[in-house]
Design a binder for this molecule. Structure first.
Ligand code: SF4
Length: 411
């Protein structure tokens, strides 16, 4: 990994073995859990006569998140040694987990807006370091930071960049990118900016199958253009005209969506293009590229397997603005009582849990959530959740049952 200052084109190697060795040791002390590793080695289960906890086979930090955190810590170490007065800024959040962002902030890295305000841009000086988070940043934001002569520490995940590549290709071919994702999510915003950066491409973000059907119906039957643009306000490119720009579409997705839903979005767009233009012509009107990342897929697959086992409830741990975590919670909700919590403190007692309701977009309270008697509890966590938070969750559950994990492991 190298960093490049737009002003000087100076390359800085952050991946020096001495830096990375020190950084990885520091990262482990912040986020590792020996307890979780021990339970994993034991088949993912820890039990007493009354409480059995089962961990999903895959959960927590993904390779993209680990890389982003390592690079942020490495930047701090590098600049502390060579230029201690160089300010280091982070655009928004390194990943979607408040505890991790607090740690980054505690290192002395200053958090500014994901899309810096004019005032924030004014404050940036040539030679300052600016970290781009794992989900990337918009093309315009990057250009502005480069123009200031800042040194960019780009931690954008390779899987996000492969979506960009696909969307740029659509754009060059004047194919409108249909992005299955959340229009306000940083990754999707960065991706849509790529659709506008090259050629004459347009984009439209669809969030779910309901929106997909609305667009498909418009493709087939036309409709009220004004109502269409109003419905997708903030989710389409400037100048987007549904009468002109839905003749050829290419589907891509935010990397962390539910795979089943993304496949259905692709299937419905393809079906409508066949219906409108005929099977022989479909290639001129429809493209797709599956851009769900491997880590998201592994966590969804592992949870699907866990959900087949008998369980009384599921705990999903992670940041409330984490897309991949919210989909894990969605999968759980469809099968059993599921509590999406930011950390173990949300399990206030065995009678009260405070958890995130993603439909209401707020925390809610549930009473009498932990059944008495012998129970099985499943635990999973999104790609941005460190193992130490899983450990806290396991300890808290046993504590609520009056059992010390220390005694349990010794016994
Ligand atoms: S969830 Fe996927 S796309 Fe996001 S950082 Fe992890 S590996 Fe990369």
């Amino acid at each position: 990994m190298s960093l490049e200052s737009a002003a000087s084109h100076k390359k800085i190697n952050l991946r020096r073995p001495d830096i990375m060795t020190a950084v990885q040791a520091q990262v482990l002390t912040h986020y590792r859990s020996e307890l979780v590793e021990r339970i994993r080695a034991n088949g993912g289960v820890i039990a007493t006569s009354e409480l059995t906890i089962k961990l999903a086979k895959e959960f927590g930090f993904c390779y993209g998140v680990e890389r982003a955190i390592d690079l942020a810590y490495a930047a701090k170490k590098y600049f502390s040694e060579v230029s201690p007065h160089t300010p280091i800024y982070l655009l928004g959040e390194i990943i979607h987990n408040p505890e991790v962002n607090d740690q980054i902030s505690n290192l002395g890295i200053q958090i500014i807006s994901p899309k810096p305000t004019d005032e924030e841009l004014e404050q940036l000086q040539s030679g300052d370091a600016v970290i781009i988070p794992a989900f990337g940043t918009e093309v315009g934001t990057r250009k502005k930071i480069e123009a200031k002569g800042c040194i960019i520490v780009d931690t954008t995940c390779g899987d996000v960049m492969s979506v960009w590549k696909r969307v740029r290709q659509y754009s060059k071919e004047s194919v409108t990118s249909i992005i299955h994702g959340k229009a306000k999510h940083e990754e999707t915003k960065a991706t849509t900016s790529q659709a506008r950066a090259y050629g004459s491409g347009h984009y439209l973000v669809v969030f779910n199958l309901g929106e997909t059907d609305y667009v498909c119906d418009y493709i087939l039957n036309g409709g009220d253009k004004h109502a269409f643009l109003e419905k997708f306000k903030g989710a389409h490119s400037d100048g987007f005209d549904p009468d002109l720009h839905l003749r050829a579409v290419g589907v891509a997705n935010q990397t962390t969506m539910l795979r089943g839903e993304t496949e259905e979005v692709q299937r419905r767009f393809k079906a409508v293009m066949i219906k409108k233009y005929g099977a022989a012509e479909v290639e001129k009107h429809f493209r797709f590229f599956d851009t769900i990342c491997g880590a998201t897929q592994d966590r969804q697959d592992a949870l699907e397997k866990l959900l087949v086992e008998p369980m009384n409830l599921l705990i999903v741990v992670g940041g409330y603005n984490s897309s991949n975590t919210s989909h894990l919670a969605e999968m759980g909700e469809a099968k059993l009582p599921t509590y999406f919590i930011m950390n173990a403190a949300k399990m206030q007692s065995d009678k009260l849990i405070v958890h995130y309701d993603q439909h209401k977009k707020q925390e809610v309270e549930t009473r009498d959530w932990l059944p008495a008697g012998k129970i099985n509890v499943g635990i999973t966590a999104g790609a941005s959740c460190p193992n130490n938070l899983i450990e806290d969750t396991i300890r808290r559950l046993f504590e609520l049952r009056g059992v010390s994990v220390q005694e349990l492991l010794a016994g």
